[in-house]
Design a protein around this ligand. Structure first.
Ligand code: DWN
Length: 410
């Protein structure tokens, strides 16, 4: 596969009536953190989104090769208390809903460092992970979580079926939006899932992204942006029926979707019909064009706020080095001239520089010995956790600049 290619049809319904509503320009990949001495050229790729006027799926105009993005991955959700609690609740919900028996198999696609699967393992179930990031699957295997270093595909699914593996629950949290060939992925799920099993997908929820002005959640890893409307039809094309949908708060607003095999009798929860009904008011081109206008207003408002602070000779740092933060920094043109450095809790990111803007990333401990005036909260999706953690910084007069959903200072 080339490093990048342009999609000319919808990856869900294959429709070609696509409307581009936001173009964030050319950017490096969002987790492309670099060593300070790395002087190699930084490759940038187009970052823009289309909405399919046939099925209302939103998707990037260009697809960057997964080999470039995932071979050595730095997203580790287990470093966040919020995400650990979230995964434990998810595991309990799946165990209850699927009526998992002690020896049932649970498969997690995009299993990362095995955090989610460890909750199932501790509850006595067999577990198996799939993740292409070998740096993370090594961590999972040290926890006793068997992990296949690969991308999920219908080919891999059939190899697992040949090994007599039929998971009673298959989970895919923050990975479904990263998949280019969704039809092949769903074909694999349908072939692999136990006849009485549940397929559970968690993805950022498009209406929350649009209504919450969360433009920085649009990046090269997220190929698709889902509402329930396109998902229902995509799943049905592969004999998967969505029977329940839950709205959840993580990552700026997500949905948790439960699907079963078509031939398994299961009553559909009213959540499905209610959500589809809500989306009929959302699915209009004007919704997406108005969002693009708000994104530009946020850029102008944020730069005005930062410029005003700098004009007062006050110091600003960044807080959190999430993938989304690199979209915001590159789109707004925020570099080391504005942010002295960024603090982040993930050791793999500390000592690196941000892609495209080359801002140094340091440990959160820097705030024990330094006293900047402001912190731009790039990890705004963890605002409660971080403001609580940094109550002393705030008590000493430090202020957080919150960029999303609108620029505010706390
Ligand atoms: O889909 C994806 C989303 C869900 O997560 C992945 N493709 C990539 C990833 O995006 P992200 O990097 O924006 O994830 P996070 O978890 O929102 O990033 C938060 C960042 O903030 C991490 O680098 C850790 C950091 N952090 C911190 O420094 N102190 C987080 C917390 C809670 C803290 O207290």
């Amino acid at each position: 596969m080339n490093d990048v290619y342009e999609r000319i049809n919808c990856r869900a319904c294959k429709g070609t009536d696509l409307h581009k509503f936001l173009d964030l320009g050319e950017m490096p990949i969002p987790n492309g953190f670099r060593d300070p001495y790395d002087k190699s050229p930084e490759i940038k790729y187009p970052l823009a989104v289309n909405v399919c006027k046939t099925c209302w799926m939103v998707q990037l105009t260009h697809v960057v090769s997964p080999e470039i993005m995932y071979k050595n991955y730095s997203y580790i959700p287990s470093t966040s208390k919020t995400m650990l609690e979230h995964f434990e609740r998810l595991a309990r919900g799946v165990i209850f809903k699927s009526k998992l028996a002690p020896d049932d198999l649970v498969l997690d696609i995009g299993s990362n460092d095995g955090t989610l699967l460890s909750f199932f393992k501790d509850n006595g179930h067999r577990v198996l992970g799939i993740d292409p990031a070998s740096n993370l699957s090594q961590v999972a295997r040290k926890k006793g979580i068997n992990t296949i270093d690969d991308l999920f595909s219908s080919k891999l699914a059939r190899e697992l079926v040949d090994c007599k593996l039929k998971p009673k629950a298959i989970t895919a949290t923050n990975v479904f939006a990263h998949v280019d060939d969704l039809n092949d992925f769903c074909d694999g799920i349908s072939a692999l899932l136990h006849p009485d099993g549940f397929f559970v997908v968690e993805v950022p929820y498009l209406p929350d992204l649009i209504c919450g002005n969360e433009f920085d959640t649009i990046y090269h890893e997220h190929l698709s942006y889902f509402s329930l409307t396109p998902l229902i039809n995509l799943f049905r094309a592969h004999d998967l029926i969505i029977v329940d949908v839950e709205k959840i708060l993580v990552h700026g607003g997500s949905v948790r979707v439960f699907a079963v095999k078509e031939n398994r009798w299961y009553s559909q929860y009213e959540s499905v019909g209610k959500t589809l009904q809500e989306e009929t008011a959302f699915n209009h081109i004007e919704t997406f064009d108005a969002f693009a206008g708000r994104v530009e207003a946020i850029r102008l408002g944020l730069m005005s706020t930062l410029d005003h602070i700098k004009a007062q000779d006050q110091r600003i740092i960044g807080y959190g080095a999430p993938a989304k933060g690199n979209v915001l920094l590159n789109y707004c043109g925020i570099g080391p001239d504005i942010l002295d450095y960024i603090v982040d809790s993930i050791p793999q990111k500390q000592g690196k520089r941000t892609p495209g803007t080359s801002i140094p990333i340091e440990s959160e401990w820097y705030l024990e010995v330094d006293d900047p005036d402001y912190a731009l909260l790039l990890a705004w999706n963890f605002k409660e956790e971080i403001l609580e953690k940094q109550k002393e910084f705030r008590a000493n007069g430090g202020k957080f600049i919150i960029p999303i959903p609108n620029v505010s200072i706390e």
